[in-house]
Design a binder for this molecule. Structure first.
Ligand SMILES: *Cc1c(COP(=O)(O)O)cnc(C)c1O
Length: 395
């Protein structure tokens, strides 16, 4: 009974967005400025994000899905082409490959890092392979050197899905540096949020970036805008049937301040990460592996594996036990080849990617955001211990 009273009072959310007063102020100022959609704040956000990642260009869009789609189009990928990716990802990573008419080809993950295994990716290369899309799963940088070398050796485009990894560093640089295109998500639960939103970074030549910008806004040629400058800017040419992928100033207003606080928020999540590591150290669940030496993990998701054979409860029972204690969790991810569309369309059956399937079957993401309080972290640790049949922590 006491548990229920407590849960009614204070549920622990899965990923409370860490929104500050400055975001709220900037949104109000934007509303009052008379300019709501793509404009000066988006330009500033792009410049500052390019500076942060070290990329030559940053193109703000309305989702990471849009950034992935635009990257594949910019790489010239289409029908008849194959693109290799991980099954342990959000569906958008593979859906966009289908959107351009290409075939997604999955390769298994590394059983320790849970990231796409470069050797498995290499084994999946065929004469039709045109690109590889590794995902920095949960914020852990992939082996960027291995993937860059693999892409160069086989003449492939390397597209990084950094939806979890805005702050990731590896091989002495931001993870974006190794890839041809890198895609970021600013969805509500991500490390940097604009509610919905995304960014594409690249150091490709200006002409490629111009084409991406045109494709992201209905295919309207900006050259035309430049041509008519001084004579009014109402005239434009549609040069390709583009998409409606632009970011609004209202979103950039939030993003500018989220970016300014990104490093501080990472420090906070690092502290929570360590508290989980310590509080769950003797619990027979699998915790995330330590970050690889020489890398910076972006600490996006704290995911445990609850394997019934080891800890006595399966993932479903663990999630239900935490929910009964007012604690929200999430699953990242049900492996894509186990979803009906991918299983049926590409004839993929269980057993094909055993490492991804183990994570898919047993993974549970605990409440984790820069806005998660110490008290909430303690409650989560106590609840996981209780559901796993462990005693209270020694403090
Ligand atoms: C969230 C996410 C996406 C999609 O991001 P949106 O901004 O919602 O389009 C893509 N890939 C991964 C791995 C994600 O977690």
């Amino acid at each position: 009974m006491a548990t229920q009273v407590r849960l009614a009072a204070r549920p622990v959310p899965f990923a409370r967005p860490a929104i500050g007063r400055s975001e709220i102020r900037e949104v109000l100022e934007t509303l009052e400025s008379g300019w709501l959609t793509t404009g000066p704040r988006v330009k500033r956000f792009e410049r500052e994000f390019a500076d942060y990642t070290g990329a030559r260009h940053a193109v703000a869009v309305n989702s990471c899905t849009a950034a992935l789609h635009l990257s594949l189009l910019a790489a010239g990928i289409g029908p008849g082409d194959e693109v290799i990716t991980t099954p342990l990802t959000f569906c958008a990573t593979a859906n966009t490959i289908v959107h351009v008419g290409a075939t997604p080809v999955f390769a298994d993950i590394d059983p320790v890092t849970w990231n796409l295994d470069p050797a498995a990716a290499e084994a999946a290369i065929t004469p039709r392979t045109r690109a590889i899309v590794p995902v920095h799963y949960a914020g852990r940088p992939v082996d960027v050197r291995a993937f860059r070398a693999l892409a160069d050796r086989h003449g492939l485009t390397l597209i990084g899905d950094a939806a979890h990894c805005a702050e990731g560093f590896a091989a002495g640089a931001h993870v974006a540096a190794a890839a041809d295109f890198t895609c970021f998500s600013f969805y509500a639960t991500k490390n940097l949020t604009t509610g919905e939103g995304g960014m594409l970074t690249t150091s490709a030549p200006d002409a490629v970036v111009d084409r991406i910008r045109i494709t992201a806004l209905h295919g309207m040629s900006r050259d035309a805008w430049a041509r008519y400058e001084g004579r009014g800017v109402t005239d434009y040419d549609v040069v390709v049937p583009g998409f409606k992928y632009n970011m609004m100033d209202l979103q950039a207003a939030i993003g500018l301040h989220q970016l300014a606080r990104l490093e501080d928020n990472l420090v906070r999540r690092d502290t929570i990460w360590q508290a989980y590591d310590e509080g769950l150290a003797d619990v027979p669940v699998t915790r995330p592996a330590p970050a690889e030496p020489g890398t910076r993990h972006a600490r996006h998701l704290y995911t445990i594996l609850a394997d019934e054979a080891r800890c006595g409860v399966d993932r479903h029972t663990m999630a239900a036990g935490l929910a009964a204690r007012g604690i929200a969790t999430s699953v990242h991810f049900k492996a894509l080849h186990l979803h009906p569309y991918y299983a049926e369309r590409y004839s993929l059956a269980r057993g094909r990617f055993p490492h991804a399937e183990l994570v898919s079957d047993t993974t549970l993401s605990l409440p984790f955001s820069a806005a998660t309080t110490d008290e909430e972290v303690d409650r989560v640790i106590d609840a996981v211990r209780a559901v796993a049949g462990m005693g209270a922590r020694r403090r």
